[in-house]
Design a binder for this molecule. Sequence first.
Ligand code: ZN
Length: 315
Amino acid sequence: MLWTARRADRFPHALLITGPAGVGKRRLVARLAHSLLCQAADAVGTPCGQCRDCDLWAAGNHPDYMEIGPDPEGPSDEIRVASVRRLAESDALTAHRGGYKLIVIDPAQRMNTAAANSLLKTLEEPSPGTLLCLVCEQPSRLPATVRSRCQPLPVSVPREDEAVAWLSRQVPASEASKLLSVAAGAPLRALEVAQSGELAVRDQIFAGFAAVGHGKRDPVATAAGWNQYEPAILLDWLSGWMGDLLRLSSGHPEPRLTNADKSDVLRSLAGRMDPAAGHRFLRDILSAKAAEGATLNRLLLYESLLVAWMRITSR
Ligand SMILES: [Zn+2]
């Protein structure tokens, strides 16, 4: 689709590439960038692999490819205005090698307000031959003014059978389905889960969650054990388990569970949970997730969530 637009010279100036973690947004951007930079790509955009541009790309230092992200040594994980302002410098938007110029902003939702405003100026006065790619998992957190100036390119979760087939070539086939459900259907995320040993951590966190829900473990002590883990991933798991618990308490005879590997324990927890309170609890988890990036005391967050969880399962 994009390639047809390129050949017709109707290529957009800015793309907003969205989709959940691990569906291949960055692979798509890299593939697109390489295609556009190669001087001899074929009719469907496959790079030749032999020209000077392909050499520069393979070496990771093509002068017309630029990534803007949070400063790894900066005081926060925001994308700051100084990084975006470089785009407004005289030759920043002109290709050195005469072809396309690619600028990737990733993750775009990390731009602070000043950075987003600065980007807006660039979007309002696009330079021919320049393509801005905003990579973003939460487009709702971008200013509407920025969103409206980009062509949306959603990358969706692939069909389950396709994803399982792909994943089974990388991991033991018996684990593919479980990994995929843990990764909410996103195959690259599933592969990352397999390679990072995350599944064992998830089992351990789930055991703590279940023990608190059964009144067998102290919520504060459990929270202390969780403190070494990032809220982003832990809150994802919690909201997934709560989603399944609410499905189980909805009265549906055979609800389809996301965490099928935990169905027995989830069933027993659902029997102890007050569903209305469960909905409120899920909302609390989701708002903690939405506050990602804001300064928060991780231990305090885990303590308050686990104490709330204990209360709603003590009937
Ligand atoms: Zn090439």
